[in-house]
Design a protein. Structure first.
Lengths: 349, 342
C-alpha cells in the first residue's frame, strides 16, 4: 500500500488543569489515505475535535501534545516550529468548523477572507516570473498580484456553487445564509488545494436540505481535487453516506475502527452498538430505540480499566481492572474490547 | 424504563386543540430613512394561515427547516404571542380573546418544553425553586410544593438529592429532565416540546425520547412535537405536519407520510436525510437548489415555487396560493400539481 497522507501514531494531547490532568486525546493512532474519507464519531467530549486541533497545531491553552507523531505527507508536524507550521496550515492541511458564523470574521469582506490564504501561501506563484527589483518595477504596489489572488478566489467561489460570486466577494458574512457561509469556509479551506481537509461537524448547524447540498459539494470537490478528508460528526447517517472508513472514539481513545460496512453491519464494540441502537431510524416506529445508560465519565476521573466499563452491559471485574488494547478482528477492523468475541457470539447488532 | 411503550388510544372524536386560519405577523421597525420617506413598515409573515387539529392523546410532529415558523406557530397556539388573526380553541374554548386571569388558569393545562436546557433554566434558582414555580403560580399551597417536586423528580428519573442543587451542576440530558419536570409539574393535558432533544448527544437523545413516551403513556398527554430531525419525529409522532415558510404544506399519518410523501418539498426533505444503511446505496436524492425565501413579504402564489423542481409547475403555481386538499384519509397536501388544480 502507498504511504498514507496522514499517519497519526500514539497521539497524546493532555490538558493540565487545576483539577488534574485531562487526557483529551490518549494514545490515538490512525491513518488517512489519499482520496479517502475517514469518519470520526463519538459523543461530545470524547476527543474528536481535539484530535483535529492537534493535527492543525491549534491545541488551546492549557493543553499540549505530550507524545506521539503526526506525519503529514511524511513530515512529523509535532516536531515543526510554529513558524514552519504556519506554512503548512492552510497550504497542505485546512480545517472547516461547525459554525461558519463564528469562524468568519464579521468585519471583513468575504473577498478579503477568501484571498488571505491564497496571498499568504501562493504569493510567489501569483507574482510574475521576474524576480527582485524587476518584479517590483513591473508591479510596484502589488496590484497585479492582488488581482490574481482575487481571480483565484472568484474561481473558488464559483466552484463551491455560489451564485453571483463577484457580488458575494464584496459582501460581509452576516449578509449570507448559513449554507452560503459554509460554502465560503469550504472555498477558503480548498483554495490552496490542501492534501488533507479536517471537517469538524461541517453540517451540524445546517438544515437537512442545505446539509445535503454541502455534503454533495464536498463529495464533488473531493473527486476533483483528490483531497483526503477527516470528517468529524456525531451523525451516523452522514457517516454512512459519506465515509469510506470509520473510527469510533470514547473518552479520548479509539475503541473501534474499520471499513464503513464492517462498522455498520458488524459492530464489535458495545459502545458502537449502543450508539447505533440509540438512533431512531426513519419511519421505523416498531424498532425500539435503546439508549446508552449513564454519561461519558469525567476525563480526569477515568476508571482504571476500560473507560466504557461504567456504562457497558457486558462489563465484569476484568474489564474494570485491565485496559483493553486494540485488536484486529477482521480485515482492517480493529476493536478495543475484552468481550468482542462474546458479542459476536451473542450476535446482537 | 419499566412502563409500557404503548401509546394511549387516540380519541379522534375529541379534538383538544383546534387551530384555524392562524396568522402571526411581526412588523419590522422601519429605519430612519424609511420613516422619513413614509414607507409602510415591512412585515415578517412568520405564520401565515395555518389550520391544524390535535386530538386528545396523540402526538403531532411539526417539521420544517429553520425559520419556517414552527416555533412561532407553537407559541401562538399557547398564546405566548398574541396571534395577528385566526382562532385557537383549546378543549372547545376560544383562547385568543381570553382575559389574562382566565388565560393564567388555563396555562395549567398547556405547557412547553424548550430546546436549550442551558438557556431555559434560571442559573440562580435551585431545582426545587425551578420546578416549584409553576406550582406556586397555580396556587398550590407552599407546604405541598416540596412533596410534589420530589414526586416529579422521581417521575423524570432524577435523584431526590437534586432538589437543592443548581442547573449548572447537571449535564445536558439531566437539565432537559428538569425542564420536562417543570412542564409536567402542574399536570397539563397538552405539552409543546420545542426541539427537546436537538441539543443532546444521540445516546442521551434516546433516553429523553423514551422518557417523553413513557410519560405520555402514564399521564395521557397530548404532544405537539417540534423538530427539524425527521428521524426523531418519525419515531415519536402519530401524525406529521410539514411546514414551509409559514404554511403547512402537507399533513399525514406518520407511516403514510414516509411511505408516500406527496408534496415536492416533503419528498426533497425525506430524500435529503442521511440514512444509516449500507445496502441499497446509492439512493435517489432530490437536491433542492438554494434556500427558502425570506418570510418578509413572501411570494404571492405557492411559497415553494422558487425551489420547486416539478416539470408541471406553471403560472398557476406562481400566482395562485394552493390550499390544503384532502388526498386520502387524513392526508392533506397543498400543491396544485399533486391536487390536479393546475
Amino acid at each position: 500500500m502507498t504511504e498514507p497522507v496522514l499517519d497519526v501514531r500514539n497521539l497524546k494531547t493532555y490538558f493540565y488543569t487545576d483539577r488534574g490532568v485531562v487526557k483529551a486525546v490518549d494514545g490515538v493512532s490512525f491513518a488517512v489515505h489519499a482520496g479517502e474519507t475517514l469518519g470520526v464519531v463519538g459523543e461530545s467530549g470524547c476527543g474528536k475535535s481535539m484530535t483535529a486541533l492537534s493535527i492543525m497545531g491549534l491545541v488551546p491553552h492549557p493543553g499540549r501534545i505530550v507524545d506521539g507523531e503526526i506525519r503529514l505527507l511524511g513530515h512529523d508536524l509535532v516536531k515543526l516550529s510554529e513558524r514552519e507550521l504556519r506554512r503548512w496550515r492552510g497550504r497542505r492541511m485546512a480545517m472547516i468548523f461547525q459554525d461558519p458564523l463564528t469562524t468568519l470574521n464579521p468585519v471583513l469582506r468575504v473577498g478579503t477572507q477568501v484571498t488571505e490564504s491564497i496571498r499568504i501561501h501562493y504569493g510567489d506563484d501569483l507574482a510574475s516570473s521576474r524576480r527582485g527589483i524587476w518584479e517590483w518595477l513591473e508591479d510596484p504596489l502589488g496590484r497585479r498580484r492582488r488581482h490574481r489572488a482575487w481571480e483565484r478566489a472568484l474561481e473558488m467561489l464559483e466552484k463551491v456553487g455560489i451564485p453571483a460570486p463577484a457580488d458575494r466577494m464584496r459582501a460581509y458574512p452576516h449578509e449570507l445564509s448559513g449554507g452560503m457561509r459554509q460554502r465560503i469556509m469550504i472555498a477558503i479551506a480548498l483554495s490552496c488545494n490542501p492534501a488533507l481537509l479536517l471537517a469538524d461537524e461541517p453540517t451540524t448547524a445546517l438544515d437537512v436540505t442545505i446539509q445535503a447540498q454541502i455534503l454533495e459539494l464536498m463529495h464533488r470537490l473531493q473527486q476533483e481535487f483528490g483531497t483526503s478528508i477527516l470528517l468529524i460528526t456525531h451523525d451516523f447517517g452522514v457517516v454512512s453516506e459519506f465515509c469510506h472508513r470509520v473510527m469510533v472514539m470514547y473518552a479520548g481513545k479509539v475503541v473501534e475502527s474499520g471499513p464503513l460496512e464492517a462498522i455498520l453491519d458488524r459492530p464489535l464494540h458495545p459502545y458502537t452498538r449502543g450508539l447505533l441502537a440509540s438512533i431512531p431510524r426513519l419511519g421505523d416506529r416498531r424498532r425500539k430505540i435503546r439508549p446508552i445508560e449513564g454519561m461519558v465519565p469525567e476525563l480526569y476521573d477515568l476508571p482504571a480499566g476500560c473507560s466504557y466499563c461504567t456504562r457497558c452491559p457486558l462489563a465484569d471485574e476484568h474489564c474494570a481492572a485491565v485496559e483493553p488494547a486494540l485488536r484486529e478482528l477482521g480485515p482492517g477492523h480493529q476493536v478495543a474490547c475484552h468481550k468482542a468475541e462474546a458479542a459476536v457470539e451473542v450476535g446482537w447488532a | 424504563m419499566g412502563v409500557s411503550q404503548q401509546a394511549p388510544a387516540v380519541d379522534r372524536a375529541l379534538p383538544l386543540v383546534e387551530v384555524q386560519g392562524l396568522k402571526q405577523h411581526f412588523p419590522i421597525r422601519p429605519n430612519s430613512v424609511e420613516r422619513l420617506l413614509g414607507k409602510a413598515p415591512r412585515v415578517v409573515h412568520a405564520v401565515d394561515g395555518v389550520d391544524l387539529t390535535i386530538h386528545r392523546g396523540e402526538t403531532v410532529g411539526l417539521v420544517g427547516e429553520s425559520g419556517c415558523g414552527k416555533s412561532t406557530l407553537a407559541r401562538s397556539i399557547l398564546r405566548l404571542h398574541q396571534p395577528t388573526a385566526g382562532s385557537v380553541r383549546f378543549a372547545g374554548q376560544e383562547i385568543t380573546t381570553l382575559p389574562a386571569n382566565a388565560m393564567r388558569r388555563l396555562r395549567r393545562d398547556m405547557q412547553i418544553i424548550f430546546q436549550d436546557p442551558f438557556a431555559s433554566l434560571n442559573p440562580r434558582r435551585t431545582v426545587e425553586q425551578i420546578i416549584g414555580l409553576p406550582l406556586a403560580i397555580q396556587g398550590v399551597p407552599r407546604s405541598e410544593i416540596r412533596e410534589r417536586v420530589m414526586a416529579m423528580l422521581a417521575k423524570v428519573g432524577l435523584p431526590p438529592s437534586a432538589l437543592d442543587r443548581y442547573p449548572h451542576q447537571f449535564s445536558g440530558g439531566q437539565r432537559q429532565r428538569i425542564g420536562i419536570a417543570r412542564a409536567l409539574a402542574v399536570n397539563p393535558q397538552f405539552v409543546v416540546a420545542d426541539e427537546p432533544v436537538s441539543a443532546l448527544d444521540v445516546s442521551i437523545q434516546a433516553q429523553i425520547i423514551n422518557l417523553l413516551q413513557d410519560l405520555q403513556a402514564e399521564l395521557g398527554l397530548t404532544y405537539l412535537f417540534i423538530t427539524h430531525d425527521l428521524s426523531v419525529v418519525s419515531y415519536v409522532s402519530d401524525r406529521i405536519a410539514v411546514m414551509y415558510l409559514g404554511r403547512i404544506v402537507e399533513l399525514a399519518p406518520t407511516e403514510e407520510l414516509f411511505a408516500e410523501p406527496l408534496h415536492p418539498y416533503t419528498r426533497a426533505l425525506l430524500s435529503a436525510i442521511p440514512r444509516v444503511e449500507t445496502r441499497g446505496r446509492p439512493r435517489e436524492r432530490i437536491l433542492l437548489a438554494g434556500s427558502p425565501p425570506t418570510p418578509i413579504d413572501p411570494p404571492a402564489g405557492c411559497r415553494f415555487y422558487s425551489r420547486c423542481y416539478l416539470k408541471e409547475k406553471n403560472e398557476t403555481c406562481r400566482l395562485v396560493d394552493p390550499s390544503l386538499v384532502d388526498m386520502g384519509p387524513g392526508h392533506q397536501v397543498a400543491c396544485h400539481a399533486v391536487a390536479g388544480t393546475l
